[in-house]
Design a binder for this molecule. Structure first.
Ligand code: CA
Length: 244
């Protein structure tokens, strides 16, 4: 496996959590798995650290003093494409949906099992490596650009545009869309699409995919009731929509 002999660091994680006891638990578990950890308990400091250290994953508590987690995530997205996992004490839907709408990739609710959090972080770390290293288009010598109607996706550059206008997708949103566009005739079950993006052993909320699809549609200007790009298959999942 590439990288294993090069060093023990599994990835850099920034833990943004104002409860010291909770932060310590996360640090203990993540360090045990070889992650390099930084901790801060304040939103403004989190942004400074993130821009300085370029973490692979940010574990972001939503309930922070001062600048709250949603605002931290929104600002983080203006300069970083690190993975963001929201940690929230509020179990109501609105809280997590807002977090995901501003660019988070996944979420866990408090109280959480530290092992589960570690597993989620590891799942994130596996994703980009697999997808970048096994880019078949590069080997085939083609540009790999996928076009469906006015939608254009470049998997190598990880760029998306509609009608020539760039669309700013998060890494997770891009991977979901690339899976759909890469298999234009395939109807994806939620489980299969989730496994394609997060890996087979991911065990989060099965409806996370719906939230990301919602974000993608909004950014593409697609209408769920009359889709151009992504069609919902009721009770099953999604496929690339009718494209004129
Ligand atoms: Ca808190």
């Amino acid at each position: 496996m590439p990288g294993v002999g090069a060093g023990p660091i599994a990835g850099r994680v920034l833990v943004v959590e104002d409860e010291a006891a909770l932060a310590n638990v996360l640090v203990t578990y993540l360090e045990r798995e070889g992650f390099e950890i930084e901790v801060c308990g304040d939103g403004a400091e989190a942004l400074a650290r993130a821009s300085e250290r370029e973490p692979d994953v940010v574990l972001l508590d939503l309930g922070l003093p001062g600048l709250d987690g949603v605002e931290v995530c929104r600002r983080l997205r203006t300069f970083s494409d690190c993975y963001v996992v929201i940690v929230t004490a509020r179990v109501d839907e609105v809280d997590r949906l807002i977090g995901l709408a501003v660019g988070a990739d996944d979420y866990v609710t408090k109280p959480f099992s530290p092992r589960e959090v570690v597993a989620r972080v590891q799942a994130m770390m596996r994703r980009p490596r697999v997808r970048r290293d096994v880019a078949p288009a590069a080997d085939a010598g083609s540009t790999g650009v996928l076009e469906v109607g006015s939608l254009r996706i470049d998997p190598d550059a990880r760029e998306t545009s509609v009608g020539g206008v760039p669309v700013d997708l998060t890494r997770t949103e891009f991977d979901v869309l690339a899976a759909l566009v890469g298999h234009p005739r395939r109807a994806w079950s939620r489980a299969d699409l989730t496994a394609e993006v997060w890996g087979d052993d991911w065990f989060g909320d099965p409806h996370l995919i719906d939230v990301h699809i919602g974000n993608i549609r909004r950014k593409l200007g697609d209408d769920a009731t009359e889709p151009t790009f992504i069609r919902t298959i009721r009770g099953y999942g999604y496929r690339l929509g009718p494209c004129a």
